[in-house]
Write a protein that binds this ligand. Structure first.
Ligand SMILES: [Zn+2]
Length: 265
């Protein structure tokens, strides 16, 4: 049975088979997403993914033992901190906050966590943390990335020519429109691309040779730092629904394998 962690009473928590319950912790961010999408984009997506995931998991296992943790509204957003409104933890603050959550869950007898990473910048800390939690507490901390951005159905939502789409682009803006279209100001949208890397064969923002980029590296055609990748103008709520639904469906198999993964004491 999938329930929200915060809705259980203490007595309900006490009677739960906590050792075999997966605690899903969605990790959002509070950071700029271009001119058109809200600062809480990743937090909103994290919340929506809980609903989409619940629906998809229950199609295959109505009794899936899961507690959904409140989505974390703030994450590691160093790369966006100078854009107005963005708020970030320092890596060590973020690490310790999540570590303390893991310690608390371990104290109550949980053995399996699943971090749902809804902002790529959170991932490096979560990777280090998950190994530490396992080493220190015997807590199995699995990592799920929330967006199935390589899935053909998701790729098909991107408008032709929009080659750089990722942070704050057409896909993320579409997802917010699927959640609450009133939060997107599409008429203000401007596209962003990594202009300084133009013409490079090897050194890219992502790739075999890369750099820990800052939002300012992503610019409009005129060279103004915009801090997003891609062109959001083609975003629609229907595209967002497809991306959220596909992303949730793509995580189900992994979650079944997490459910069945043996715990070795
Ligand atoms: Zn985002």
């Amino acid at each position: 049975m999938i329930r929200n962690y915060w809705e259980l009473t203490r007595l309900e928590m006490e009677s739960l088979d906590r050792e075999n319950t997966v605690v899903l912790i969605p990790l959002g961010a509070l950071e700029q997403h271009g001119n058109q999408a809200p600062l809480g984009t990743d937090f909103l997506i994290a919340g929506a993914m809980l609903e989409y995931l619940k629906k998809e998991i229950e199609k295959v296992d109505r009794d899936y033992p899961m507690l959904m943790f409140p989505p974390m509204p703030i994450g590691l957003s160093t790369e966006h901190k100078d854009f107005c409104g963005s708020i970030t933890f320092k890596p060590e603050t973020y690490y310790h906050m999540l570590y303390d959550i893991g310690a608390g869950l371990s104290r109550h007898g949980f053995r399996k966590l699943a971090f749902l990473v809804c902002h790529g910048g959170n991932a490096p800390v979560v990777q280090i943390l998950s190994r530490e939690l396992r080493s220190d507490f015997g807590l199995y901390a699995f990592i799920l990335s929330s967006g199935a951005f390589d899935h053909p159905d998701v790729k098909a939502t991107i408008s032709p020519g929009n080659v750089w789409d990722f942070h704050g682009g057409e896909m993320e803006t579409s997802m917010v429109m699927a959640i609450d279209p009133s939060l997107v100001k599409l008429d203000t949208a401007e596209a962003g691309e990594p202009l300084d890397f133009e013409g490079n064969k090897s050194l890219m923002p992502y790739g075999k040779v890369s750099i820990s980029w800052m939002g300012e590296d992503w610019k409009t055609k005129e060279g103004k730092p915009i801090g997003i990748g891609g062109d959001p103008k083609g975003a629609t709520a229907e595209k967002g629904r497809i991306i959220l639904e596909t992303s949730a469906r793509e995580l189900v198999q992994g979650l079944l394998e997490i459910r069945d993964f043996p715990i070795r004491d």
